[in-house]
Design a binder for this molecule. Structure first.
Ligand SMILES: *Cc1c(COP(=O)(O)O)cnc(C)c1O
Length: 245
């Protein structure tokens, strides 16, 4: 099993590098996040032994049971699933980066919990704003206001983002999205392209934030996401195999 996971990771890294080169990008600009949801800690430890330094979980409760078991490892933990405000305090204790910031209320709640535990010189919490580019009702995230050519709607969105970026304990580093699950990864390309455009527009309007990250791409579509500018790819099945749950 250990060898299988190491081989899977090596293969994923090759595919990341090839996609980056196709797009004229450096493979070093792309971070592989091993998505460990549903997989047990002993498998996660194998991925860490194979050199993975970033892991993603989508549920606070599951992460709270697993992360302490791996506390001796050096891991950057990413929360990639929807976060309820009543779990924000626990999330702040467990995670190093939150990809699923999807409302002003959640932003304020996170900010308050970090402030409560802030030590002098403590860094702000890196967060990404999740955007529902596809407009599917089942997807979380800020709805994209029509097209960004719809100035008035986009202004409302941008001013909300500006207020989030002004919160002192949050460090807005970019955007995250999930493409609809489709067998053909090419079908996701317009979604990734749009997230990139929205990021560039927000970077112009809200220059206080750094905007360096685009978290997009999973097992079935990460190469297309990289061609469209992903800096963080979230990959589970290609590393650990199909989930049984
Ligand atoms: C599960 C999940 C992933 C990884 O999906 P795979 O198909 O296993 O690569 C990525 N992002 C989010 C938000 C997820 O929930």
């Amino acid at each position: 099993m250990e060898q299988q996971i190491a081989a899977n990771i090596a293969r994923v890294r090759e595919r990341i590098a090839a996609a980056a080169r196709r797009a004229g990008r450096s493979p070093d600009d792309i971070t592989l996040i091993a998505v460990t949801k549903t997989y047990p800690p002993h498998l996660i430890a194998m991925a860490l032994a194979a050199g993975v330094g970033d892991c993603g979980e989508n549920r606070v409760q599951e992460a709270a049971a697993k992360i302490p078991l791996l506390a001796h490892e050096r891991v950057c933990w990413h929360l990639i699933g929807h976060l309820q405000t009543n779990k924000a305090k626990r999330a702040v204790q467990l995670f190093d980066v939150i990809h699923s910031l999807d409302s002003m209320r959640l932003a304020e709640t996170l900010n308050r919990h970090i402030e409560a535990v802030a030590l002098p010189g403590r860094q702000r919490l890196p967060v990404l704003l999740q955007v529902n580019v596809s407009g599917e009702e089942s997807k979380e995230g800020f709805p994209l206001p029509g097209s960004i050519d719809n100035r008035v709607a986009f202004d409302v969105f941008a001013s909300e983002v500006e207020r989030i970026a002004a919160l002192p304990y949050l460090d807005v580093q970019g955007l995250m999205t999930m493409a609809p699950y489709v067998p053909d990864a090419e079908a996701a390309r317009p979604i990734f392209k749009m997230l990139h455009i929205v990021r560039d527009e927000l970077a112009r309007r809200v220059p206080q934030a750094s905007w360096q990250h685009l978290s997009m791409g999973m097992t079935n579509d990460f190469e297309v996401a990289i061609e469209e500018g992903a800096t963080l790819v979230r990959i589970g099945r290609a590393i650990f195999g199909e989930r049984s749950t």
